[in-house]
Ligand binder design. Sequence first.
Ligand code: NAP
Length: 486
Amino acid sequence: MSAQNAVVENVPKGVYVGGQWREASGGASFAVEDPGTGKRLCDVADGQAEDAKEALAAAVAAQQEWAATPPRERGEILRRAWQLMTERVEDLAMLMTLEMGKSLAESKAEVTYAAEFFRWFSEEAVRIEGRYAQNPAGGSRLLTMKQPVGPCLLITPWNFPLAMGTRKIGPAIAAGCTMIVKPAQLTPLSMLQLTDLLAEAGLPPGVLNVVPSSSAGKTVGPLMSDPRLRKVSFTGSTPVGQALMAQAAENLLRVSMELGGNAPFLVFSDADLDAAVDGAVVAKMRNNGESCVAANRFHVAANVAEEFARKLADRLGSMTLGHGAEEGTQVGPLIDGDQRDKVAELVDDAVAKGAKVATGGSAVDGDGYFFAPTVLTDVPKKARILREEVFGPVAPVTTFGSEEEALALANGTEFGLVAYVFTQDLGRALRVAEGLETGMVGLNTGLVSNAAAPFGGVKASGFGREGGVEGIEEYLSTKYVAVSMS
Ligand code: NAP
């Protein structure tokens, strides 16, 4: 058996409820595909509403005891899970590449990034603190304590199959919450493998329950209205996030929303242009461009735009496309045919409206869902690609005159996840960083993701923060006790 077949073979393929793997109710299953070949990899249990309800029952049953487990114990489980992920990075990366498409180097980087959330939150588990204060009026005391929110529903997207899960599971475990995870239909295998790894690290039955499904709404919908569920944390598209918010309102659930992005990448005339091109390659091409923090549009000072676009086109045009598991591949396939068609549609729309293709510009024929790394110049304001999330390896370049215009262009979107700014002028850097309507800013860097930093957006990109000292707060409630001294 090849190494690739072996990693797929080893994945548990059921629903995971109360510490047991089992078939989905009715025995249903769905196929998982390799986007690099368009061929089926394996079948996975297709969790139904009944399975989700049983998963919630298991999470509810485990909640009290889990909340009472010493924080150090919860932290050490996370630490062991970090260790196991680190030891098994090669196999986890291969599995991720097979189901999601990105190159092995990128998958390894994601496994490491995902594992970091476990290490970070293993350290946060033992720092959950309260306050003790005198009543300003005297006489009594004010005591506050932080307690786990309770059973959580965690819903993750396909683009980062492990990291989008660990940055929810890590703080939930650290805080003492139990959970039901619904991984993306297109990439459930990494999460199923991680589930086994967490059990091996000592996570007690019922704390983590996992329900893969091909009909997300029908499967998790009933949980959203169940009063025993206390929180939903969602990463995915803005329309689905809005629908879940509406459902959460009925049940007054705590909500964290990590939604879509439309990141501007600003290059000022005083920028170090080579550093800006390096940053652009990372911000655009990480994850094949299928990232919520991918640079979506490049606004460049008019007097350096031509040079920037030429250098960026040289870099993107020389990247090696291929199956993610092949040696030397830098850019893998897009996740499926729909995604490739959408990217092609946005490029065609821009070109029809007057944009010029500096490199790439079309899908690549053959097996798998490949799209050539693309740079577009002279992109007109009315092009859809400047307003919509591309989720592919396409860099549209436009120009600006003044700092005010750059800021107005950057903020002219309903989204507000991240923005990238390249300038060597400290005053400008701080002015622009303050003026950007985003949750995050990359200042002279194309990479913001870091388990120790608060990741999240504003406006239609959602709210709530994952990672950093803020991350665990999403899973804690504050209780206040008024203490009489008499
Ligand atoms: P999506 O279609 O919104 O799906 C995300 C998850 O929600 C999947 O597990 C999906 O299940 C599930 N889902 C879909 N409809 C649902 C419903 N009615 N009820 C409950 N769950 C439902 O998003 P995607 O295409 O997977 O991911 C891409 C989007 O995620 C992009 O917009 C990207 O910007 C965003 N994203 C944001 C962040 C961030 O941190 N802000 C990070 C990564 C990605 P199925 O797989 O079965 O459809």
